[in-house]
Design a protein. Structure first.
Length: 340
């Protein structure tokens, strides 16, 4: 009798705990139907065609209550517009436990903090960018005037045209970096194979590599792995790493990009053969306007840092015996999570 009372007391305590939890908790039986749903779960998954959750097939609840969006990334949008994450746990033959975390307020606050931080940097950004744009713009205008001269040979015209293009590409990169950093919004709308991503990177970085007679060796161990990303922004961030390495090493730079899988992440590691990064600068790299180059804005690596965070990843720089090493870690896209 005492044991029965203890079990009843424990059951009451568990029921009370589930009732006050702000996190949604659902228990699905082996037949795929919901046996238990706490109030938070019922609130999050509320739908006109779901008067109650208990007894409903989990597949039907997913179909009605969830509204995946292109920009969801690693979280999921609900019919109500809220953003949640799902964690599941098998119950050893008794079904499955599903925990639903409402991330709407958290993501909103994070977005506000990020926006305030970016706005605080706008003054320095505008001043720095205005200074940096003036030099390549003046050079491009000078080369354009040279192109208008009569009596130029064809090789001279080609050389001046290439210089104009080079300066304009430099301008375009600086403006793109500024926009990515200022907006801070990176919509993850693409599911891309690593092989495709690297093909885009080779194409995008070819001109910079050729100009400095640099070599990029790519070792891809996971060509069929995929990542959820913003394709253009991610390629742009990787190009920033390559450009940074080329500028650090100078002519005839030798770069090695090694792509591997580690647990459920994809690791992209770019090694150069330069002098490395000074220790006093290393601690600040990735912050806006911190640079080792007299002509740099310091936005390149800050953009890489911002892009990596937007993709749920990590970005680090380190030194070794060979030179500097940039590492970008991204979550691997698992298609089984979508189809299960």
């Amino acid at each position: 009798m005492r044991e029965l009372q203890e079990k009843e007391q424990l059951a009451d305590q568990l029921e009370g705990l589930l009732r006050i939890l702000p996190t949604g908790v659902i228990v699905i039986n082996p037949r795929g139907r919901i046996d238990i749903a706490n109030p938070a779960a019922m609130t999050l998954l509320a739908h006109p065609e779901l008067p109650r959750l208990v007894g409903q097939p989990w597949g039907r609840v997913i179909k009605l209550a969830f509204r995946p969006q292109e920009h969801d990334g690693h979280e999921i949008s609900l019919h109500s517009g809220r953003l949640v994450s799902l964690d599941t746990c098998a119950l050893e033959g008794r079904g499955q436990l599903v925990v639903i975390n409402d991330l709407t307020a958290t993501r909103h606050l994070q977005a506000q903090v990020s926006q305030h931080q970016r706005l605080a940097s706008v003054g320095r950004m505008v001043a720095s960018l205005a200074h940096q744009i003036r030099t390549p713009l003046s050079a491009a205008m000078l080369y354009t005037e040279n192109l208008q001269q009569t009596g130029l040979t064809e090789p001279q015209r080609v050389r001046f045209a290439e210089k104009v293009q080079s300066r304009l590409e430099h301008l375009e990169k600086q403006v793109r970096d500024m926009l990515v950093f200022a907006r801070g919004e990176v919509r993850l709308v693409d599911k891309v194979y690593i092989a495709e991503l690297l093909a885009d990177l080779r194409h995008a970085s070819a001109a910079a590599l050729d100009r400095q007679e640099a070599e990029l060796i790519v070792l891809d161990e996971v060509p069929t792995a995929r990542v959820v990303c913003n394709r253009d922004t991610l390629v742009g961030a990787l190009c920033n790493l390559i450009n940074n390495a080329i500028e650090s090493v100078g002519k005839n730079a030798e770069l090695k990009l090694h792509v591997t899988r580690e647990h459920s992440t994809i690791r992209l590691q770019l090694q150069d053969n330069g002098p490395g990064v000074p220790g006093n600068i290393m601690r600040q790299l990735g912050e806006p306007f911190v640079t080792t180059k007299a002509s740099g804005t310091g936005l390149g690596l800050a953009v890489v840092q911002a892009v990596s965070r937007a993709h749920g990843g990590q970005f680090t720089m380190s030194n070794n015996d060979q030179g500097a090493c940039a590492t970008l870690i991204l979550p691997e896209y698992d298609c089984t999570e979508t189809t299960s």
